[in-house]
Design a protein around this ligand. Structure first.
Ligand code: SAH
Ligand code: SF4
Length: 369
């Protein structure tokens, strides 16, 4: 084991068990320790009263239980909350809690910035800085849970769903995202149903195949166009992994999930770009027989984006065409706009973007997945 201090916040059950065995302890201590960390939010091993003093001291000597630092927390008029949290790299990422009548969705970040440079995304415009660790990803869930439990002791508002739709491309930070997702779904940690934890990807095809047998979380793909020509302009990774390959990978993943599980198709509607009737018709043909539900996202503007949000009438017409073709289609309502918390508006504080080119090269040679 290296001499660097560990952050135990991101440890999965199997990592705990392996470590405990290595220390000559019984693996059944893992559930006890995990409950202290994720249910009771203990940050100090000394407080774990049912763990032996010797083990507590050994663990404390090896590492910490460390959440990312909260820099700011803002609450929107509509109840949406946005936190800016510090990453180890010194930059900061954003996460957002969106309360609805019967659920509360936490949108978490997986990277500081993003290398994929989708033309309509403010995170992409900032370039890539670094991956978040598993502790930094699951730490976002812990911070939000704690804050909501303090604000609503009756649990009237709580994190019931998590989407990896904040900053970054989750599948380019595969191992850390998978570890964090495992903790989100594990009853010893956050216990959220596999249907309510969603990984969103712009289409890193080899990594979608790697999900098979690794996790059974829900999957969303950012399609945004019904043909390769248009999609390649909006989502550059499409040049490497075109739509047919992407949909095929999703079919394989959805099939392994079993009954009644679908893939969510995300489609951001931009005025005059991808929201015409012919786009809806083409999309309906493309997705015929594909096990999906469609989520339309009216574009959220940010300074210098060069795109406009379509009218409500156009959004409605696009939705109606797809519904008539037999699809389940929802329109994502824009929340937290007064605090810049809507999709695609998360910017964090990305200080050093110089690693972007490096990440590009990794993707180009396929080494990132
Ligand atoms: N990198 C992942 C997840 C983060 S983005 C992905 O691309 O899927 C989450 C969703 O917000 C994606 O569907 C993304 O395309 C969409 N999005 C990005 N910028 C947006 C904007 N300005 N308005 C509306 N949706 C946007
Ligand atoms: Fe990255 Fe997703 Fe934004 Fe594209 S839409 S730049 S993949 S965060």
């Amino acid at each position: 084991m290296s001499s660097a201090r560990l952050n135990f916040l991101g440890f999965t059950r199997s990592q705990w068990e392996a470590l405990l065995i290595e220390l000559g302890e019984k693996p059944y201590r893992a559930p006890q320790i995990m409950k202290w960390i994720h249910h009771r939010y203990v940050d100090d091993f000394a407080d774990m009263s049912d763990i032996s003093a010797k083990l507590r001291q050994q663990l404390a000597a090896m590492g910490d239980i460390r959440e990312p630092e909260v820099i700011t927390e803002r609450i929107s008029q509509d109840g949406t909350r946005k936190w800016l949290v510090r990453a180890a790299s010194g930059s900061a990422v954003e996460m957002v809690f969106i309360p609805e009548d019967n659920r509360g969705t936490l949108c978490v970040s997986s990277q500081v910035g993003c290398a994929l440079d989708c033309s309509f995304c403010s995170t992409g415009k900032q370039g890539f800085n670094s991956d978040l660790s598993a502790a930094e990803i699951i730490g976002q869930v812990r911070i939000a849970r704690k804050a909501l439990e303090a604000a609503y002791p009756d649990r009237s508002r709580a994190v019931t769903n998590v989407v990896l739709m904040g900053m970054g491309e989750p599948l380019l930070n595969f191992d850390n995202v998978i570890a964090a997702v495992e903790l989100m779904m594990n009853d010893l940690a956050y216990g959220i149903s596999k249907r309510k934890v969603t990984i969103s990807t712009s289409g890193v095809v080899p990594a979608i195949y790697k999900l098979v047998g690794t996790t059974d979380a829900s999957l969303a793909i950012s399609l945004h166009a019904p043909n390769d020509e248009l999609r390649s302009q909006l989502v550059p990774i499409n040049r490497k992994y075109p739509i047919a390959e992407l949909l095929q990978a999703c079919r394989v993943y959805a099939a392994t999930l079993g009954e009644k599980r679908t893939v969510t198709i995300e489609y951001t509607l931009m005025d005059g770009v991808n929201e015409q009737p012919e786009h809806a018709e083409e999309l309906a043909v493309l997705l015929e027989g594909f096990p999906c539900k469609i989520n339309l996202i009216p574009f959220n503007p940010f300074p210098g984006s060069g795109y406009k949000r379509p009218s409500q009438v156009a959004v409605r017409a696009f939705q109606d065409r797809l519904i008539r073709a037999g699809f389940g289609v929802t329109v994502r309502t824009t929340r937290g706009q007064d605090i810049q918390a809507a999709c695609g508006q998360l910017v964090g504080e990305v200080e050093d973007k110089t690693r972007r080119q490096e990440q590009y090269k990794r993707i180009a040679v396929g080494a990132a997945v």
